[in-house]
Design a protein around this ligand. Structure first.
Ligand code: GAR
Length: 201
């Protein structure tokens, strides 16, 4: 399975996926390209160090649709079959979602459907929840809304700040994301309505 990964920053989830593919944890797969919308994304260096092709596709005053069209073209040109959003901090256009139906997945640092959008860890602390976590989900045309593949809970401590909670959630993001990609690559899951279920043999 050819994987394309979109990032905007640090790229620790991207690195976890790349390393899982390269170590054989996700078999018969290849990370074909890592694309960033930010020239400054630290993850670009991490991808290059691991021998992955990188591309920077900035918005540059274009519309969302024009920007996405370039990214879609780069992904299709490389035969990408699964798009992983890994800290990619832009909303995808409908065109993008339709170009890869049920082939785009995302990781979000909360237990969806709670705390969608930006600063999910801060939202969780301010709301006062005692449990938060992370979610891997398929991407549809609404924000942080697509069918849920996997979730992991993390306890919110009294002394937590958004930063300390983010660090603890991140530790769980990496294995959760890797396992979700592995299951997709292995054909182990399917979408039934809004539910992601194990394929029965
Ligand atoms: C991760 O915590 C990810 O869940 C979050 O950004 C961070 C990216 O870290 N994504 C979102 O908030 C998306 N709404 P990384 O660049 O080190 O993978």
């Amino acid at each position: 399975m050819k994987i394309g990964i979109l990032i905007s920053g640090r790229g620790s989830n991207m690195t976890a996926i790349v390393e899982a593919v390269q170590s054989g944890l996700i078999p018969e797969s290849e990370v074909a390209v890592v694309i960033s919308d930010k020239t400054s994304a630290e993850g670009l260096i991490k991808a290059k160090e691991r021998g992955i092709e990188t591309l920077i596709v900035c918005k540059n005053g274009r519309t969302r649709e024009e920007h996405d069209a370039e990214i879609i073209g780069e992904l299709k040109m490389r035969g990408v079959e699964l798009v992983c959003l890994a800290g990619y901090m832009r909303l995808l256009s409908k065109d993008f979602v339709r170009a890869f139906p049920n082939k785009i997945i995302n990781i979000h640092p909360s237990l969806l459907p709670a705390f969608k959008g930006l600063n999910a860890q801060r939202q969780a602390i301010e709301y006062g929840v005692k449990l938060s976590g992370c979610t891997v989900h398929f991407v549809d045309e609404a924000l942080d809304h697509g069918a849920i593949i996997a979730q992991k809970t993390v306890t919110v401590k009294d002394e937590d700040t958004p930063e300390s909670l983010a660090v603890r959630i991140l530790e769980h993001e990496h294995p959760l994301y890797v396992e979700a990609v592995r299951r997709i690559a292995a054909g182990e899951i399917e979408i039934v309505g809004r539910r992601v279920v194990s394929v029965k043999n």
